[in-house]
Design a protein around this ligand. Structure first.
Ligand SMILES: C[S@@+](CC[C@H](N)C(=O)[O-])C[C@H]1O[C@@H](n2cnc3c(N)ncnc32)[C@H](O)[C@@H]1O
Length: 213
């Protein structure tokens, strides 16, 4: 059986999620009986493999995960990573043409609408992407479902990507460049939606919140 330890060994050099974060997720899943998982942003699929390994250890659950179609060009890509770790049966990767926001719309419109116990949100950290993304994810979470936001202190002004693309940075006002958009979503949108902000994990840049029952 593939475990967190197996994934850590097989994908040792691959970014991004690390074993300590995966072990935290394992604890959260066990404490909250998490089975149906949604992930926003898989990149190479390392976090997807860790999440799938936790579900495999539990012998229950499935992960639906979304990234851009261009993620197929990553070396390795998510399909290769899941084959290598023997976890493909636990994961449905969705490849968005433009943005996960439209793929979330497809999930919301599907009948029956899928419902998730947990969402790991780790993609598109701008105000527009995370703010609208969280509103859409809320429509897919069960009452009492959990939302784990990554990169609570990310900003455009400290992003290596935006440093390499000044023409994109210039589209944002100075205060938006300096802002911490994921934290703004945590502070403004989650309370508005009635979420309980359970706790932050500063060492991991995580914030964990629960949808109202
Ligand atoms: C930090 S990486 C994810 C890392 C992964 N969760 C892990 O820990 O192994 C963020 C990902 O979000 C994706 N992303 C950003 N904006 C997106 C959007 N609007 N739609 C789909 N994917 C997006 C990027 O393509 C990138 O692969």
């Amino acid at each position: 059986m593939t475990t967190i330890e197996t994934v850590d060994t097989l994908l040792a050099d691959l970014p991004y999620m690390n074993r300590a974060r995966a072990e935290l997720l394992r604890d959260i899943f066990a404490e909250n009986d998490v089975k149906d998982v949604l992930e926003i942003g898989f990149y190479h699929g390392k976090s997807s493999a860790f999440i799938a390994a936790i579900l495999e250890e539990q012998d229950a659950g499935h992960l639906t995960t979304v990234d851009l179609a261009t993620a197929r060009n990553n070396t390795p890509n998510i399909e290769e990573v899941l084959n290598k770790t023997d976890l493909s049966h636990r994961v449905t990767p969705l490849f968005a043409h433009r943005s996960y926001t439209w793929d979330l719309q497809r999930l919301i419109s599907a009948r029956p609408r899928p419902q998730f116990d947990f969402c790991y949100f780790d993609g598109g950290h701008t105000w527009d992407s995370t703010g609208f993304g969280v509103l859409l994810v809320d429509m897919l979470l069960r009452p009492g479902g959990l939302l784990l936001l990554d990169d609570m202190d990310w900003s455009i002004s400290t992003s290596a990507y935006y440093e390499r693309t000044p023409h994109l940075t210039k589209k944002y006002d100075a205060d938006e460049q300096a802002a911490l958009p994921v934290r703004r979503v945590w502070d403004l949108i989650l309370p508005h939606l009635g979420y309980e902000r359970i706790r932050e994990y500063p060492a991991y840049q995580y914030g964990l919140a629960r949808k109202a029952f």
